[in-house]
Design a protein around this ligand. Sequence first.
Ligand code: KIV
Ligand code: ZN
Length: 558
Amino acid sequence: MQPEPITKYAAFPLVPLPSRQWPSRTLTRAPIWCSVDLRDGNQALAQPMSVEEKIEFFELLVRIGFKEIEVGFPSASQIEFDFTRRLIEENRIPGDVAIQVLCQCREDLITRTLESVRGAKNVIFHLYNSTSPKQREYVFNLPKEEIVQIPVRSVGQLKRESRALVEAGTHLRLEYSPESFTSTELEFALEVCEAVTDVWGPTPTEKIILNLPATVEYATPNVHADQIEWMCTHLTRRDATIVSLHTHNDRGTGVAATELALLAGADRVEGTLFGNGERTGNLDIVTVALNLYTHGIHPGLDLSDLNAIRDVYERCTRLEVPPRHPYAGELVFTAFSGSHQDAIKKSLAHQKAGKPWDVLYIPIDPADVGRSYRAIIRINSQSGKGGVAYVLEHEFGFQLPKLMHKEIGRVVNDLADKKGTELSSADIRDAFQREYLERRSPVALEHFKTTERDSTVKCEARIVFDGKPRSITGAGNGPIDAFVKALGSAGLPKFDVVNYSEHSLGGGAEARAVSYIQIKMERGAAFFGAGIDTNIELASIKAIVSALNRAMRPNDDV
Ligand code: KIV
Ligand code: ZN
């Protein structure tokens, strides 16, 4: 990098717009969406889509609800021409969907593009030419007057040559893009757009689409918004114009630039799914649409099965949606940090059906986009106790008492440390089972029976202690008390039961009870145990044995 002072780059000039309105506006409705996946997105692929893949992608876009789809650049490639023809000839375009075809302002290309759309019901003919000073100077070497004439001539030709098509029933609309609009002097961009509008002659019911591309993103989003507001307020036939946005993402702010430019008055947005496109990509329509949705505005696109959309996208484009991609990334509904997990768990518990979504750290209900809560919490050695308890409860139904969370959290974190990877839900369940439910040593319970007389419960139990079978008996005010006494009389360490809770696991005839018991040893250390049985009494007795075994495991100073 160049050391200070930087002379190689300079700030982007501001737009003089002292009365700008967009900063104090809020978005209230969704724009018209136009997908350019099959053209701008496709031309940016290392291996462009085959005709079959384009058909699959087109059908996906239709299912999502796009009503305007740029299907290609038919005059530039035979594949795109053939694809356009197949869509039309095989009747694959729904009646309410317009196909858009891109074309340079060149006579032969316009004629060929018109051939490609013969028989289509709704067509947007998208003409473009570069208008920026650098393009004028380095590429075309033409003065402004001649640059204006390029689209003017082409629009005239289009009007003439499309007459037969229109008479045959095609609804033909014009989209014009002054390419590199954001790098063009605003007055000149306006002059070109006005000249094109003059020739086309739009009306408030048959509008022209003026697409104002940020072909390369050079400025901050506020400058882009100013440029769009300036155009919206200077176009003489604004009521006969659909102002369209087409941002690229060179500075990583394509989404922000689009959102601010919508505030500035634009009506329409071009972009691609997940932001595929030349260099750093086009605008990511999924993100803008779901950003609107999370502000209470339905985008008019059905993104309720984002995983399925992502699958088709990844298969057809051979690109991957990154794991942190907004809304669609593999990890975006996953919290690794313990404090986040705890906050998510608590706010999920407060979330009421039918009420506004209010879950900390998760700005959208994953279920709205077909994602599930299952992946919200994954456990690694940094995770907190809340995350472990959440997984055990939500995936396996174990409602551990709050006091037990810390203990099981430590067990699972030790395991994660040992494994050095994050743990799956099954790993967590297995760790819980090993630690609490499957301990048979040094004490194993073989048999347990109680009888009750005059409010005194007597128990008889058969245990194996340190490998030796023992029969023990005890009496108390309940089965737990009787068993504790029986254990004490058999010479096992003394303890008190300090906490008890239970709930049923599963439902119906198959339901079992799970019991959690905390015992406190004579020297003060406390241990939880857990037991499961179809008989609630036996579940508690097993929980005591579990706690005792945990207390007496090697290295624990009882
Ligand atoms: O980025 C761009 O300028 C384009 C035009 C053809 C609209 O894709
Ligand atoms: Zn583009």
